[in-house]
Each structure stands twice: as structure tokens, then as C-alpha cells.
Design a protein around this ligand. Structure first.
Ligand code: GCB
Length: 599
């Protein structure tokens, strides 16, 4: 047995466009709330034992050999479950379940001549995943929304194989996010599973984007993985831009350089142009469609390709209410981002964790800018080093996956975190990490505001983090959690920094189809009025450069129990979970129509 390690193999990117074999589809599952398959009755971890018991160590995928043998599990007789997909929406009995579920997939593998190494890649498993191939441990991954992979070259067999995943979505105080959130804790293998097939030495990862503030210099960095990665030539080929350039790797297998590009058609919401980009190394070709655009902050302006933009946004959870459950597919992405487009958006806030890769790829294609976030949400153990490491891993993984997406313009490190010295240190370190990994994109966090002491209704953000972020973003719920809609009419804002301001949230709960006086909570009319007054109020902020109201669609949350109104749903959506638009949708649509003409 290998140790119960947390480390994973370095992340392979652009898995979408590589030679892969899918492991999606029907899997078997066993629910194991007491973790019998993982701990013995003295609570020692079975996969660390010399000879783990065949009768109970689920990860061995063992089957009874004769009737006298005691084996207390059997995957082949277990119920089916679909991957990708959370268990809560697939199995009624698991709707509220938080704990361990074992997944089992038997598959045949036929080695390909040209592929000498194989990796198993997961888009995401919520929250913790222990992964085993043919009874051997590959590793443990922590964090419910980021990709990970393990090399399986020596463990994969020609013919029959089986993959076992122990998925555990238990919440915990030290985790990221912590126990307290406002969304459904969907568990399981929620994204694609693939075997990635690559040559002995291969292109593991790369960065190909315009240099900061430069519209004709492309920065390139390519990382090879394998035994023969030093001093090797990699060719970058962008036919439509007339670019063909050779780079050579250093001792560590990394090739870096800059390439001059003439007259690129820059990516923008009006013209989301993507180039076919090819990287060639030996016979190994990795291709991807990539957009090029510049991004800068100048005073309170956000300059996209040198032009000031207003971010007409909306917040989105990764959920498809109509099917029920976590969104994961390209169709889900097209539905959610299609609604955003219809609203007039050029921007979305993917809250509160990294969404599946289809979202950022479809956003690239549709010309929608993206705010991407890690689930450092509300309270976190700011002084726990393991918690920090976990948060940083999630941030690193998110940036690694999406750093070539032109659509992604903001990395967000947190949401509504209570100000304290340890918290600010924690977030400052995350900001530094994001800036170091990606000097071009903007970094922000959704902060909080409050009414300034001694004033009637002057709104201020008193948070030392403002100094370190590129964009000042804050959530405000005047008219909902703070007073009623009349308070919106008199509010003033006093923002101390000459930086762009984005209102990362505002909103009100409304049950679609419930009508009444505009003073009556939960009616569409109340929400409509709140939107009408809020956009007027926000116009008073001179640095205002965008907003992402809360939220595109009603979403499931265990915090929302009010019978006949919420019934388990956060009702702040502009669209119901059944896909029907509420009145406020049209208020925001109208406002965005106007903003589009102004900017
Ligand atoms: C917030 C949170 C968001 C909640 C929302 C609400 O401030 O950031 O996650 O869902 O308020 O509806 O209360």
C-alpha cells in the first residue's frame, strides 16, 4: 500500500482536447456512512495496513470466491449511479446525505501504440476523494471543485480494470468552504472522469496569452513532463496569425519566450474571436482555441483592449434547477450563459467556487467575461495552516486550469469574510499567489459594506483588503437584509479608493408567480422595485464599473426552509428553478440595454 498521501501528479491541462478515454457513464455505488470500507473497528485506516481485510476493505473491490468466504460488500450487485452527477439529485434517499459513498467502475483498457503513459483525470469530486485503481491507492484529493489527476501507467492492465473512488462530502470547520454556506452540498463525482493517454515525454501544461498591456506580444510558457524533457524543441503554431515559432526547454523541461504578433483580432464580448493554437512536440500535438485580449486597470477604469468597459454581470451558481442538481455539461453551460446573454450581460460571477470547465470554455466562445472564485466563504479557520494550504491549492488549481481563457478577467479569493488581522493576512497571501501565477488578470474579493457611524445612510467599505485588490467589490443587501426599499432612495456611498468598483451582490427573494403590492416581501413586485431603485442608487458611485446581482436563477439551499415560499430554494433568482423569468429580470435587462449604449 502506498501512504495516504494528499499530493497529486502535476495537473495536466486542456484535457478536453487530448487523446482520452471516457470513464463517464454508469458506475456502481455503496453508501457507507460509518466508513466501514475505510476504517477498521479500531479506527485505523485500512489502506495503510499491511494486509487490509478482504472482507471489508471496499477499495480492494474484492469478490467472494466461494460460499464459505465472508465478504461484506459486493460492488457488482450494487445499485447504478451516473457519472458525472451528484448523488443528491439522482437518488432520493441521498438527497440530504453528507458522508461517504464508494463509487466503482469496471472497464476494459486496450493500450494504444503511441501512448506510453496514462493518467486518470477527474474534473471534480466533492469534497474529498480517495482513489484506487485495481485495489491500489493512487491518492487523496481535497477540495470539491477543482480538477486532479494521477498517473496510472504502471497500474493499468490490458483488459479488465476497476477504478474505485471513496467520495466524502462531509462538512468540517477546518475545510474550504467551512460548515456554513448558502448552497446545496452536492456530493459525489460531479464532473467528467477520463483516462488521458500521452507519450513518454509530453506537453503537460502551457500559458499562451498577451503580455500585460501589450496587444502584439504573446507570452508563452510550455511545461514538458517526462524523462526526456530538457533541451527539447516545442513549436508554437497559430496559422491564422501567421505565427510559427520554436522554443527550447530548459533543464526543468520548461520553454518560455515571447512571440511578436501582428494585428491580432482581439477577443471581446462584441467579437469573441478565438484562434486555433497548436503546440507540437515530437509527434505530440496539443491544440486549443485561444482568445487574445489586453486587460488593465487605470484609476477607476477597467480597460479591455484599451477601452473602458462596464461589467454588466450576473451571479451564477453551478446548478441546473430544471434537471435538478449540479450543472456539469456543455448544454448546462449554454443554458445558464444563454440566459445571461439574454439579460444583456457581458460578464458573469461564477459563485462561490470554480465551476466546471465547460462554463469558461463556452464563455470564451460566447464573449462573456468571467469572475472565478474559490470557496473561501464567510468564516474559515484563518489561523489553521492546513486550511490555508487547502485554499491555496484550490486557487492554484483553478488558475492552472483556466489561465488561457480570454473570458476570465477576475480571480476572486473570498466572499463576505469578517475583517480581522489573521483573515487579512490569509487573503493577502492568496492575492499574492494569484498575482504571481497570473500577473495579467485582476484580483478581487467580495467584501462587505456598512452604514458609516454617525451618518444616517452613508455606505462605506472599511476593509484593509481594499488596498491589495485590483477591483473593489462588495455585496450589499439594502432593501432586503438591511431596511426596506425606501432605504435605497437615500443611500449615499463613500468609497475611498480610486479603483474600479463592482457590486458583487444585491437582491431580494421573490417567488415566481407570487404577485402583490410592491411593499410585500416575496412578491415579484418587491424584487422588481428593489432592482429599479438599486440601479438608480448605484449610479451615485463615480467609480462604479459593474455589478453581478444575486442571482441568475433560484438555487437549492438547506438554509431556506420557509414553507410555501422557499421550500429549500434561495428565491433571489431572476429566473425560477423551472426556467420562468420574474419581473425583475426585465428591469435589469432594460438597465443593461442603457449601460451598453453608454459604454
Ligand atoms: C450573500 C452570500 C450568498 C447568499 C446571499 C443570500 O451575501 O454571498 O452566498 O446566497 O447572500 O441570498 O443571502
Amino acid at each position: 500500500m502506498v501512504s495516504n498521501m494528499v499530493a497529486q501528479t502535476p495537473q495536466i491541462t486542456n484535457v478536453e482536447n487530448r487523446q482520452t478515454m471516457t470513464l463517464n457513464g454508469v458506475w456502481k455505488y455503496l453508501v457507507d456512512p460509518y466508513e466501514l470500507g475505510y476504517y477498521d473497528y479500531r479506527r485505523t485506516v485500512r489502506d495503510l495496513q499491511e494486509n487490509p481485510s478482504k472482507s471489508e476493505s471496499f477499495f480492494l473491490g474484492y469478490q467472494q470466491q466461494d460460499p464459505s468466504e465472508r465478504v461484506e460488500y459486493d460492488f457488482t450487485k450494487a445499485d447504478n449511479i451516473l457519472v458525472p452527477g451528484d448523488w443528491n439529485s439522482q437518488k432520493e434517499k441521498l438527497f440530504y446525505y453528507e458522508g461517504t459513498v464508494w463509487y466503482y467502475k469496471a472497464f476494459k483498457y486496450q493500450p494504444k501504440d503511441e501512448a506510453s503513459r496514462q493518467f486518470v483525470h477527474f474534473g471534480a469530486v466533492n469534497y474529498e476523494a480517495d482513489v484506487y485503481l485495481n485495489g491500489q491507492k493512487l491518492g487523496k484529493h481535497i477540495g470539491g471543485f477543482t480538477p486532479f489527476n494521477y498517473e496510472i501507467t504502471d497500474k493499468l492492465k490490458e483488459g479488465e480494470n476497476f477504478l474505485i473512488v471513496k467520495a466524502d462530502n462531509s462538512r468540517g470547520l477546518e475545510k474550504v468552504p467551512t460548515v456554513n454556506t448558502d448552497w446545496w452540498n452536492y456530493g459525489g463525482i460531479t464532473r467528467d472522469v477520463k483516462i488521458v493517454e500521452v507519450p513518454e515525454t509530453f506537453i503537460q501544461d502551457y500559458y499562451i496569452q498577451l503580455a500585460e498591456g501589450d496587444d502584439d506580444v504573446i507570452e508563452v510558457s510550455v511545461t514538458l513532463n517526462g524523462s526526456d524533457k530538457a533541451g527539447r524543441e516545442v513549436i508554437l503554431d497559430i496559422p491564422e496569425a501567421g505565427i510559427k515559432s520554436t522554443l527550447t526547454t530548459n533543464e526543468g523541461g520548461v520553454a518560455t519566450g515571447t512571440v511578436k504578433a501582428k494585428k491580432l483580432t482581439l477577443w471581446s464580448p462584441q467579437n469573441p474571436h478565438l484562434y486555433d493554437v497548436n503546440l507540437m512536440f515530437d509527434d505530440n500535438l496539443v491544440s486549443e482555441r485561444i482568445g487574445f485580449r489586453t486587460l488593465l486597470v487605470q484609476g477607476s477604469d477597467i480597460l479591455l483592449n484599451d477601452e473602458s468597459v462596464f461589467l454588466r454581470g450576473i451571479s451564477i451558481h453551478e446548478e441546473n434547477g430544471m434537471r435538478g442538481g449540479r450543472a456539469y455539461s456543455e448544454e448546462d453551460a449554454r443554458m445558464l450563459l444563454g440566459w445571461a446573454k439574454e439579460l444583456g450581460c457581458n460578464f458573469v460571477r461564477l459563485a462561490h467556487y470554480p465551476h466546471n470547465e465547460n462554463m469558461t470554455r463556452v464563455a470564451d466562445e460566447m464573449g462573456i467575461m468571467v469572475w472565478s472564485e474559490v470557496p473561501v466563504y464567510w468564516t474559515i479557520q484563518w489561523q489553521n495552516e492546513a486550511t490555508y494550504e487547502n485554499a491555496e491549492n484550490q486557487l492554484t488549481s483553478m488558475i492552472t486550469r483556466d489561465k488561457n481563457r480570454a473570458s476570465v478577467v477576475v480571480w476572486s479569493v473570498a466572499n463576505e469574510t469578517p475583517v480581522s488581522a489573521p483573515r487579512t493576512e490569509f487573503l493577502k497571501s492568496l492575492i499574492e499567489k494569484a498575482n504571481q501565477m497570473d500577473p495579467v488578470r485582476l484580483v478581487s474579493a467580495a467584501l462587505e459594506r456598512h452604514t458609516k457611524e454617525g451618518t444616517e445612510n452613508t455606505q462605506v467599505v472599511e476593509d484593509p483588503l481594499q488596498k491589495y485588490v485590483d477591483i473593489i467589490a462588495f455585496n450589499e443587501y439594502i432593501g432586503w437584509y438591511d431596511g426596506r426599499n425606501d432605504k435605497l432612495k437615500t443611500a449615499e456611498f463613500d468609497i475611498q479608493f480610486n479603483k474600479p468598483v463592482i457590486i458583487s451582490e444585491f437582491g431580494a427573494g421573490a417567488l415566481q408567480g407570487l404577485h402583490g403590492e410592491k411593499e410585500a416581501l416575496w412578491t415579484e413586485e418587491y424584487q422588481e422595485e428593489l432592482y429599479r431603485e438599486t440601479v438608480k442608487m448605484l449610479e451615485k458611485i463615480p467609480q462604479l464599473r459593474g455589478m453581478t446581482p444575486w442571482i441568475l436563477a433560484d438555487f437549492r439551499s438547506p438554509r431556506r426552509v420557509l414553507p410555501d415560499i422557499q421550500d429549500g430554494w434561495n428565491r433571489k433568482g431572476l429566473i425560477s428553478e423551472t426556467g420562468n423569468k420574474k419581473k425583475a429580470f426585465y428591469i435589469l435587462q432594460e438597465y443593461y440595454r442603457m449601460k451598453k449604449e453608454q459604454f
